[in-house]
Design a protein. Structure first.
Length: 219
């Protein structure tokens, strides 16, 4: 072993020192993820206004309309864990993947007779591709998880129909039926309207407070 190590040039020694530890960390990450010990927490969505106390609801409705802020972006704004952005590549998993792929690719290329400089460039390119692939897979899996779990924040800006009358000025809760995440859902709702909203009235969700929808009459 010592003889083999001493026979390597400095570039290969450096690459082995990068590739071997990175591979071990990747194996540990994989094992921990399989047993549920390496799960990331929920992200922070700074655009979420749920739980904030507003005196009225009309302004909230205007702010909650994503189209006023430029619409949906292909990569997302990065505030939600399921939004894909370039920065989402630079996670612990992504960096470890990059180092592993870059190291072993460069080692294989050099061992096959390719010049060291070109081998490292190829290794870096493959490393970035692997890092992108890992980030994209995490993004897709996050989307699938989000789509399978009812998230009331997705109701903001949506229209629904009152099922149980909603008392005026947030004096009590009623119920609203709306189409959310591909299925019809019944949710508790309150309103800041001056009059009670009767059954069958079309309403628009403007905000969420403690798991309860805040609605106004859809005009």
């Amino acid at each position: 072993m010592a003889e083999w190590w001493n026979g390597l040039d400095e570039v290969l020694k450096i690459l082995y020192c990068i590739a071997i530890p990175a591979t071990l960390i990747m194996v540990i990450q994989t094992i921990l993820s399989l047993v549920g010990g390496f799960e990331g927490g929920a992200g922070v969505d700074f655009s979420d206004t749920s739980g904030l106390d507003f005196d009225g609801s009309s302004d909230i409705g205007e702010l909650s309309d994503a189209s006023d802020l430029g619409g949906d972006d292909f990569f997302g704004d990065g505030g939600n864990p399921t939004d894909f952005s370039i920065m989402s590549m630079f996670t612990v998993q992504g960096i470890v993947t990059f180092l592993t792929v870059m190291g072993w690719t460069s080692i294989v290329a050099i061992s096959s007779g390719t010049p060291a400089a070109f081998s490292i460039i190829v290794g870096i390119a493959f490393g970035f591709l692997a890092m992108f692939a890992v980030a994209k897979l995490i993004h897709i899996s996050g989307r699938l998880t989000e789509n399978g779990t009812l998230n009331l924040k997705n109701a903001i800006g949506e229209n629904g129909k009152v099922y149980i009358p909603i008392p005026a000025e947030a004096a009590g809760e009623g119920k609203v039926n709306l189409y959310l995440q591909g299925r019809y859902t019944e949710c508790d709702a309150i309103t800041f309207e001056k009059a009670q909203i009767p059954t069958g009235t079309m309403v628009r969700v403007t905000d969420i407070r403690n798991g309860v929808l805040i609605v106004e009459i859809d005009k």
